[in-house]
Design a protein around this ligand. Structure first.
Ligand SMILES: NC(=O)c1ccc[n+]([C@@H]2O[C@H](COP(=O)([O-])OP(=O)(O)OC[C@H]3O[C@@H](n4cnc5c(N)ncnc54)[C@H](OP(=O)(O)O)[C@@H]3O)[C@@H](O)[C@H]2O)c1
Length: 303
């Protein structure tokens, strides 16, 4: 089976590549700079230099491919929806022109809303476009990556955990490596077809207070973590939209019922968009003494 993998240097893609290699597959990896591949996989893959926004290049790079792991690259500019739309054009053309049999798409919790979830709306558009091709597709609706905390390292070192949701509101977190295991399993398995939606969450939803406790336990820092004031900058606004989406998984994505199941059902007509809830209060957060989170003991991979 010929499997192509996009973003092989990304949080999830690099683990997808490693998992496929361990499974005995030699994946074709599409990336801008092959020199950025992890040294231990360089000799185990066929690397094709590709810009995912260049649809012609993506089509050329995916000829003769049976299965494709597609990730819309993380937006590097101010208009993620426009970039996701360009990426969508590339994957639709590749699937259509090369008659690729199956696609695993890295989507997000919140895509089921279709509108009102900020950047996630762009992932929803990709889902809809892939559905329209008739390809066998699995949309992985992922929780909030633990690796997002790496963007906050400077603030965390200074003892600040930026909190946007109310402290005790749970949301779905997940380790990218866990997503990769699900993605690789999907790519390798012949036992599914049609349109599938699969939620990929960690073993437990976590509140920001619990995440703070985990961080305190992991770092040994006893200094208080405090929420930064929510400023009206674009970044905080985006985080707020995403956080809202992640904090309210739809019934189809609830971990208990759908973490490993695939409804294999026809595309729904789509739930009506829900109005966004007001942002949570800006809250001071003082963990005081470190405590070990029960959730972490439950097996969540952290960073
Ligand atoms: N963060 C979350 O909590 C979360 C949750 C659900 C879904 N998602 C979605 O997951 C995706 C991001 O996945 P990730 O975190 O695994 O990726 P990531 O670590 O942010 O890496 C981005 C990847 O995109 C590649 N890339 C960037 N621009 C490219 C281009 N023009 N052509 C080809 N490759 C390009 C980068 O390659 P280089 O080596 O060339 O830089 C890198 O491999 C986004 O679509 C996001 O919406 C994120």
């Amino acid at each position: 089976m010929r499997i192509a993998v996009t973003t092989p240097t990304g949080n999830v893609g690099r683990h997808v590549v490693a998992t496929l290699v361990r499974a005995g597959v030699r994946p074709r990896v599409l990336l801008r700079d092959p020199g950025r591949l992890a040294p231990d996989v360089r000799d185990e893959v066929d690397a094709v230099p590709v810009d995912q926004y260049d649809a012609d290049a993506v089509v050329a790079a995916t000829r003769d491919v049976d299965a494709l792991f597609w990730v819309n690259p993380t937006s590097g500019h101010g208009d993620p929806l426009a970039e996701y739309a360009r990426a969508t054009d590339s994957v639709v053309r590749a699937v259509t022109e090369n008659r690729i049999g199956r696609v695993v798409f890295q989507s997000s919790v919140g895509a089921e809303k279709r509108h009102g979830a900020g950047e996630i709306d762009g992932l929803a558009e990709t889902e809809i476009a892939l559905d329209g091709t008739g390809v066998d597709v699995t949309h992985l609706r992922c929780g909030y990556f633990f690796t997002n905390l790496e963007f906050e390292l400077a603030a965390l070192r200074a003892g600040t955990l930026q909190v946007i949701l109310p402290l005790d509101q749970p949301m779905a977190w997940v380790a990218p490596r866990d997503i990769a295991e699900v993605a690789a399993t999907r790519l390798l398995s012949p036992d599914w077809s049609g349109r599938c939606v699969q939620a990929v969450h960690g073993p437990a939803d976590l509140t920001w207070r619990e995440v703070g406790d985990i961080l305190t336990a992991a770092t040994g820092r006893r200094s208080p973590w405090s929420a930064s004031p929510t400023t009206p900058c674009a970044r905080n606004s985006a985080r707020r939209e995403w956080s809202r989406a992640w904090s309210r998984p739809c019934s189809a994505c609830r971990r208990a019922s759908a973490r490993t199941s695939c409804p294999n059902s026809p595309a729904p007509s789509g739930p009506p968009p829900r109005p966004p809830s007001p942002p949570g209060p800006t809250t001071s957060y003082d963990t005081g003494s470190p405590t070990t989170s029960r959730k972490r003991a439950a097996g969540s991979r952290f960073l």
